[in-house]
Design a protein around this ligand. Sequence first.
Ligand SMILES: *Cc1c(COP(=O)(O)O)cnc(C)c1O
Length: 457
Amino acid sequence: MNSPLLFHSTNLKSEPLTFSQALLQGLAPDKGLYMPEYIPQISLEEISSFTEKPYYRIAFEVSRKFFTGEISDEELLSLVKDAYNYEVPLEKVYDRKYVMRLDQGPTASFKDFAARMMGRLMQYYLKKENRSLTILTATSGDTGSAVANAFYGLDNINIVVLFPKSEVTDRQRKQMTTLGRNVHILALDAKFDDCQALVKEAFTDPNLAGMNLSSANSINIGRLIPQTVYYFYAFAKLRNGNPEEKVVFSVPSGNFGDMMGGVIAFKMGLPVKKFVISTNENDEFPVYLQSGNYDKIEPSRNCISSAMNVGHPSNLARLVAMYGGVMDETGKIHKQADLELMRKEIYSVSISDIKTKETIENTYKNYNILLEPHGSVGWAGLMSYLEENPGDNTADQLCISLETAHPAKFPQEIQKILGIDPELPPSLLGLESKEESVINIESNYQNFKEYLLNTFK
Ligand SMILES: *Cc1c(COP(=O)(O)O)cnc(C)c1O
């Protein structure tokens, strides 16, 4: 049998770990992010065989390459079948230009893809080792609900979500507070940053070291691997059969976990012509790609694509590592990435709120395609790429833009721009009448710590 694929830290100062160890660990002890030591390969022949397969089967065949010997095929197959029980629509906009809707999961955002697989993998390894884990996560909306839903009812795992009372919509709150069982929701009279600070303090508190705390945000390698799959899926379903064909993907990006999944898929062998990385007005990455100078944006700019209001993407260190550089957790570059190669493979553009709104209006009026603010940033980025690269702006060129949330999650914005109220997907129906369970705690560390010790000891 092959020796297992190991994962090393982007800061290069921690011991390499197996996948299951890196998954349960979260952040490396040197504060770096785990990356595979080599990128497993997938041949075009294998990719061609995906054309007729259901999503969960593609998830199985792609992800098993990272889990060498760490989970049986039978276990993995039943795990992905359980995780991916929803549709992944590919909607034609015009010619061979598509929108991939990653919004059909239980919380109607693309974060369901990663969270559902990661939760199930964690449960599998914890059971095997007869251990339990308490996941702490701070949220300003989407991450908390995706993680809470994905981990709901799993054995050996408790989940604690902290959220700022006044910064979360009613719908977002209800997606978390109506679950119960192993899901514990804490409401704080505080800002998102305060919630985040409490979580970080708990991770480094020696008095809590015995509690088996871990994290579920996009620094975890367990969230990245599932996010490679839909790139293979979309290409396999839409390709024209020509072995030379290459696809352009556009990815609306904040913390860069989604696009890292795409870049890993590309390095595995997916024939990609270009990645379009579309950001909102937080343009630190497009500026870096052009100039080679990286300056984070503090505080981050508030845009209507709120899940992408990130002034220092936590996964950027991984992208830099992929191109041979070293960036530490503060954003300092210790070794420059191969920018020339990066520019050849990646195009990046910042989309203003005005453009985001215009794009929602135009795609709806011209093509009857309903986008929400994040997906609109992605589509606008693709249009900008095609305008600047007439050689790729042909009817034949396959282009796929990712829609990362359901328009019904942003009813006010859509109402203002289009004057319509998007229909709720089945997953969001019935929330209004469900009973909520939420714990109010004061926003100071001593209170939070006491809550943890009293609840989980
Ligand atoms: C989290 C999120 C994003 C950004 O994804 P990253 O992996 O952080 O780049 C985009 N759209 C929506 C709707 C999100 O919830």
